[in-house]
Ligand binder design. Structure first.
Ligand code: GDG
Length: 736
């Protein structure tokens, strides 16, 4: 089994130079904190930027050697790249846009160019270190293009991607001039993971709208492979926080850290004083000004809590070179000053404000001492702080107020949920948390703890990896059944040797590309030539078998030497003869169904009805894609009740729902044809769900070929209609 290569912008450790001494320190931030224990335990190789620009070759070597001990490999970036790729495209374009701050998002070609170049650099480093059988797990928004670059250079690599921030609605992503490149970049992966279903849903919707790929139950169908989408809500190293909190709690006061002793003294002075805690990077997405305003509002409305409640706010400096962050720092400074100036007394600071980072141990001390955690991001991919607070509450005396805009809210339903933009609402939540009876607090804390303990960081990473392995197996199965030159040679040999040959070919998506407008799929000269040659090959019967109406088939192929089967088998035509109807039937059945379909056309712009002898088809190829899919589901439910006890059935094809007389399908039509035309070489090629009938009915020795990547009863796969045309051309030209 190969190794795992993790790739992220930052490594789990950062390199700093302090008085000419190069030091390794742990990185802060959700991704690094979360994944580093998994990294250590699983012997993976982590590739990323070390956080420092070496000045000499010697420094480069020293950093590389230090990182090697941590199983890390550096990608060194230059000043200009940090400015344009990191501060620029990553943090001044993607970060605001993906967090719905579209006004902040800078559109800048230089940023984009640097972003592309740095993604290439990461790819190069990974390829230099990857061996056959390795898996690559790419993380986060700084490396959105990396999966595609890797796929192009190493098609057999197994690639997973996880996005730690929200994936925004299509309406946001469409703003980017490079939106297609970004989505294509991600589709280089085998598996793309998100924290919540909403983000996954936004992603698949953008894939459909921007690139037009089919998405089926979280699988995206590309020409030559599938990309799997799934939801993995990131967990924390629960045990680490729990154990550390237990240790802290059992320490005698004099052995506690200075900060912890300060907190204890602070609480001892007034035992009924309550502490509210918030911890986050100083980022405009975290809703820090809104939180302060809510706290001020709370103090104004509830004067009885003066001197009884303090908000400890730890804000960790972040992206200090980006202008928005500097402005935010000023805003927060002013707000804290105002609140303390207005409400504070000699004995009491309403807001205790730290603008720095702290060692993890101090962080856990804060978590365990705080009565309430107040976490109010305006948007947050997950928010691990909420989970860390819960894990550290070993005495169960706590309450969590959590923004409904954080991904974590989906798992932490027992928390007090707030809309951070609603200042009075958040102030009410503070009051609610302060007044909450002890048994109620304990119950909700315990319930949430149980959940996040079970799905911790180890489980999260293991689940992602096992899903990645599964997808790799599925891709392998698909590739194993893809027609190889050896299989092709065997098919050509069998064709040449056989006296009686029958070839069944579907039309749309098999011989011709799939058009939004079905009438545009007119056969071209190259195709006619190819089919004519095949039909003229000695002992060969070429059968075009399609769901198309017979009028269109007559127009396109009526004078050709092919056997035509139209409307899934309802009509058959031998070359030079008239069309024969399989089963005459009274057309009254349509009278009930047509009005229903018409109401769907009215309510689904772009959709249309096609009337055939034995069926009515509702096409939604040209409708808005999500609305079309939704309506198709509704339509199937409506029609199912209408056709009970009638000799009718529903077929769901590619962007079409067809109601047709039962007992007619491509498989039955092919069997009937073969009964009258026995053959010792049979081949069938099709791309649609309806072609599965054909594949299943054919005798065991037939060569059945599916076009596309969906599961199929066919023996082999081809990627697209161009490959089908190539195969047919080669069959005809095989001489010996
Ligand atoms: C991104 C997404 C998503 C904070 N201050 C200190 C410190 N931290 C640690 C916390 C926590 C982490 O940083 C913060 O994680 P969050 O999840 O809250 O937020 P982001 O950094 O924005 O992370 C986020 C996450 O990725 C994971 O996918 O949840 O939505 O934005 O672990 O403990 N650690 C130390 N000192 C500090 O002062 N040692």
């Amino acid at each position: 089994m190969g190794k795992l290569i993790i790739a992220s912008n930052r490594l789990p450790v950062k390199i700093e130079k302090d008085e000419k001494i190069i030091k390794v320190t742990p990185s802060a931030g959700g991704l690094a904190t979360g994944l580093k224990s998994y990294h250590k335990e699983n012997n993976s190789l982590w590739i990323g930027w070390p956080g420092m620009i070496p000045e000499t070759q010697q420094e480069t070597n020293e950093i590389t050697a230090l990182l090697k001990k941590e199983q890390c490999l550096p990608v060194f970036l230059e000043e200009e790249q940090i400015t344009n790729y990191y501060d620029g495209f990553s943090n001044a374009t993607l970060w605001p846009l993906f967090h719905y701050f579209s006004d902040f998002a800078k559109i800048n070609e230089t940023f984009w160019d640097a972003y592309c170049r740095v993604n290439e650099l990461f790819a190069k480093k990974i390829i230099e270190n990857a061996e056959v059988g390795d898996k690559v797990w790419v993380h986060d928004y700084q490396l959105l293009l990396l999966p595609k670059i890797l796929r192009e250079k190493c098609p057999d690599l197994t690639i997973g991607f996880f996005l730690h921030i929200p994936f925004p609605s299509y309406e946001l992503i469409r703003i980017l001039p490079w939106r297609e490149e970004i989505i294509e970049g991600l589709l280089g992966a085998d598996l793309v993971g998100f924290h919540t279903y909403d983000y996954a849903r936004h992603f698949t919707s953008s894939v459909k709208r921007l690139l037009g790929y089919d998405v089926d139950f979280m699988q995206i169908k590309l020409d030559d492979r599938q990309v799997f989408i799934d939801v993995f809500p990131m967990g924390i190293d629960y045990e680490k926080f729990e154990q550390q909190a237990l240790k802290i709690q059992s320490k005698p006061i004099q052995e506690r850290s200075k900060e912890h002793q300060d907190i204890d003294r602070f609480l001892l002075r007034m035992p009924d004083r309550k502490l509210i805690l918030s911890i986050d990077r100083l980022d405009y997405t975290k809703g820090i000004p809104q939180r302060l305003k809510a706290f001020r509002y709370f103090l104004e409305k509830n004067p009885e809590y003066k001197e009884k409640v303090s908000l400890i706010m730890l804000t960790v400096p972040s992206r200090t070179d980006v202008k928005q962050y500097q402005k935010l720092k000023n805003e927060v400074d002013v707000l804290v000053g105002n609140i303390n100036g207005e409400f504070g007394t000699l004995n009491w600071n309403p807001v205790i404000y730290f603008y720095r980072s702290m060692p993890l141990e101090n962080l856990i001390e804060l978590y365990s001492s705080a009565d309430i955690a107040l976490l109010t991001p305006l948007r947050d991919g997950m928010n691990l702080v909420a989970k860390e607070y819960l894990a550290s509450k070993v005495n169960h005396k706590g309450a969590l107020i959590l923004s409904e805009m954080a991904g974590a809210t989906k798992e932490l339903g027992e928390a007090i949920s707030v809309n951070p933009n609603n200042i009075p609402g958040t102030a009410d939540a503070i009051l609610q948390a302060l007044k909450m009876p002890d048994d109620e607090r304990e119950k909700s804390i315990r319930t949430m703890q149980k959940r996040i303990k079970r799905y911790d960081i180890h489980k999260w990473a293991a689940e992602f990896m096992s899903a990645l392995e599964d997808t790799a197996k599925k891709q392998q199965d698909y590739h194993a059944r893809k027609i190889s030159p050896k299989i092709k040679a065997k098919i050509y040999k069998d064709f040449l040797a056989a006296k009686e040959k029958v070839v069944f070919l579907d039309y749309d998506g098999t011989l011709q590309r799939f058009y939004a407008n079905p009438q545009a799929a007119v056969p071209d000269e190259e195709l006619y030539q190819l089919l004519d040659n095949l039909a003229q090959a000695k002992g060969t019967k070429l059968v075009l078998v399609s769901g198309r109406d017979r009028e269109t088939f007559e127009k396109w192929f009526g004078n050709r030497a092919y056997i035509l089967i139209a409307e899934h088998g309802a009509w058959v035509k031998q070359p030079g003869k008239e069309w024969i109807e399989k089963k005459p039937i009274h057309p009254e059945w349509k009278e009930n169904i047509l009005p229903v379909l018409e109401s769907y056309v009215d309510r689904t712009p772009g959709s249309m009805i096609e009337e055939k002898t034995y069926s009515l088809a509702w096409h939604y190829r040209k409708a808005e894609i999500e609305l079309g899919t939704l309506r198709a589901l509704e339509l199937v439910t409506d029609i199912s009740t209408l056709i009970i006890n009638q000799d009718l059935e529903i077929l769901e094809g590619k962007k079409v729902v067809e109601i047709k007389v039962s007992g007619i399908n491509k498989g039955l039509a092919a069997s009937a044809f073969l009964r009258n035309n026995p053959a010792n070489f049979i081949m069938a090629i099709g791309d649609d769900w309806t072609d599965e009938f054909l594949f299943k009915e054919l005798p065991q020795e037939a060569h059945s070929i599916k076009v596309g990547t969906e599961n199929s009863a066919a023996k082999f796969y081809l990627d697209n209609y161009r490959e089908v045309r190539k195969l047919i051309g080669e069959i005809v030209n095989t001489k010996s």
